[in-house]
Design a protein. Sequence first.
Length: 218
Amino acid sequence: MKLLLRSLLLFSIFSVSAEQAVITTQEQRGTEGTSQMESAATLVTAQSYSTDVWFQSLQLELSGDNNNNGFYHQLYLKFDANTNRSSQAVWAEFSLQRPGRPEQLFYISSIFSLYRHSSSDWLAIDTTLEDSFVTGYYDLIIRLYDANSGWLLAEISGYDELILADLPLEDYQRDRPAIVVVESYGGSLGIFTVIGLAMLFWRRQSKGAIHIKNSRKA
């Protein structure tokens, strides 16, 4: 029954996500014995909700600014979460939200396990926003759910940590370099040149005709 509930929940969330956003995401997971979180990661000091599972540290990097307007279409997020249990199977949900706008769910992770206070059980996503994200400042929201019951275990967003707030983002379709149009006057000058040459030829022809006429009179 729990497995059926989890499958239905994941299916419904993926369906909503597909309607709201177009993204490409690669996922990486740490396990016991793998490398730990980088020292540059930000320690979490506040979070919206937590139970016996909580967020411990976050690392966020933005990239991909093709038109150099200060807004990016790629984001890399890596986080470590802890649990009071010996192990806890969870999955993560990622959303972006502009002020006064509904959340845009853009990724649901696979199921992974947390091991007490281990720093090597991290999860990382490398996401490209392909479409459906207008240029603006977004808050990133992360939620962790119990893999068996589907219950919410922990939540964190830009309201809690500045690293997740006011992210300058836009989708790839809006991040295309501006096309510079150089106005050319070559065509107009060419026409004027032809007209000038024609007038010069006409004047020479006219002078020649007058000279011939005068010679005959003489």
